[in-house]
Design a protein. Structure first.
Length: 415
């Protein structure tokens, strides 16, 4: 028998052990389960799996319990992982609906659209992002301040009119959260946090079946974890069960290591599924794979590919920056050079600074930023170049959103 036929995939091992694929990867990385890499992908011999079962099965962690990836936190996340690999390349339109608060240019909306969902509306105040959103989607955008009673009503009415009496399947939103503070032992909210409360009001009015809330990983450590606990408690008080963990975009074919905390909640007595990783470190999509072909593409405004014109002195300084390091010590999160043969560092726009190209002595273009965020090339950004970069830096990577959407689809369809 051919040796290859004796090799098991990670998903095969996960099924045999009745654990998540992420657990299997942890066993491999810890050395408990021996594997061979074939074409950059782990394969496990049946004899090695049997050896693992005989010696270590009593050490297997419950599949729903994982430690938080936040070093400062002692939280343990209760996570239901779901394998979405069987549907990743076989997307068909479905009957499920989605709408997006704080939608920006539409990264979340694009991802849900890629997963076959029917996006019915978006809401945001950012003028240039609205120009981009309207150019790339056919469904309506409500442009305005979410704190306005009129704007909230317009969004709610638009969603209800689109659905004609049916439930909204998913409402998503990447809400601002800088307005939490402490007064003694009590969490209080200042006026900056009204946006979060407005989101809760819309949830309570629309009663979507599922909620997806996205935020920066740093939220986990805010007020020593109390902010995260409050958010879960607030959503639960609206009648939803909540699960939360941190997802790395690179695990889902995004050529960028971008970690985000993802809350998933539902009110219809289903499991809240987070998507199991599709890739593992060592097989991530690299910066080179994502943008190397654009080096030979001439400047073209129509595809958002216009190189920044730097002075010679600046070019010398940019060329000297090591990969993964920043041009300025006091701006560690901007002016950072992307690694060429790894997934990119987190893409940002900060005080006019964006990521540095690994090969050419310049910052990356808008199209290169979009590629590293997993936006397709036919997704065109509008507004001045600086505003386009802000839109991309703030966006949810569409492929991460697609993975989240497929997990929710599996939750709905599960009997």
């Amino acid at each position: 028998m051919d040796t290859i036929t004796k090799m098991l995939r990670i998903e095969d091992v996960a099924a045999k052990l009745n654990v998540s694929q992420k657990s299997v990867r942890r066993y491999i990385h810890s050395g408990k389960l021996k594997s061979n890499k074939i074409g950059g992908v782990h394969r496990i011999e049946e004899s090695e799996l049997q050896h693992f079962i005989n010696l270590s099965l009593h050490e297997v962690e419950p599949k729903e319990v994982v430690k938080s990836s936040t070093r400062k936190s002692t939280k343990t996340d209760i996570v239901n992982w779901i394998d979405i690999s069987d549907e990743w390349e076989n997307i068909k339109p479905n009957k499920f609906s989605s709408a997006d608060l704080f939608c920006g240019a539409g990264g979340m909306a694009k991802g849900f659209e890629m997963a076959g969902f029917n996006q019915v509306a978006g809401l945001d105040w950012f003028k240039e992002a609205g120009m981009t959103y309207r150019h790339n989607f056919e469904h309506p955008l409500i442009e305005g301040d979410i704190t306005s009673t009129e704007v909230k009503k317009q969004f709610i009415d638009t969603v209800k009119n689109k659905l004609k009496g049916k439930d909204l399947t998913v409402l998503s939103g990447g809400f601002p959260c800088q307005g939490f503070s402490m007064s003694g032992s009590r969490i209080v909210e200042d006026p900056r946090n009204s946006l979060y409360k407005d989101m809760l009001e819309i949830i309570n009015e629309l009663r979507p079946q599922y909620i997806v809330a996205e935020n920066v990983k740093g939220l986990r450590s805010m007020l020593k974890g109390k902010v995260e606990d409050k958010i879960k408690r607030d959503i639960k008080e609206l009648g939803y069960e909540v699960n939360v963990t941190v997802l790395n975009s690179a695990d889902y074919y995004v050529p960028q290591k971008r970690e985000r905390i993802i809350f998933i909640a539902n009110r219809i007595e289903k499991n809240n599924y987070h998507p199991s990783p599709l890739l593992e470190e060592g097989s991530y999509i690299t910066t080179r794979e994502a943008i190397s072909d654009l080096i030979t593409v001439e400047d073209n405004k129509d595809i958002n590919h216009i190189r920044t014109k730097h002075k010679e002195e600046m070019k010398i300084r940019l060329a000297a920056v090591p990969e993964g390091k920043s041009l300025y010590d006091n701006y560690s999160d901007s002016w950072k050079k992307c690694p060429w043969n790894e997934a990119s560092c987190t893409i940002k726009e900060n005080h006019g600074g964006v990521n540095i190209h690994p090969i050419e002595p310049r910052v990356i273009t808008v199209r290169e930023m979009a590629r590293l965020q997993s936006f397709p090339d036919d997704f065109i950004f509008k507004g001045a170049k600086g505003k386009q970069m802000v839109q991309i830096g703030n966006a949810v990577p569409p492929l991460l959103a697609k993975a989240i959407a497929l997990g929710i689809k599996k939750s709905i369809e599960e009997k």
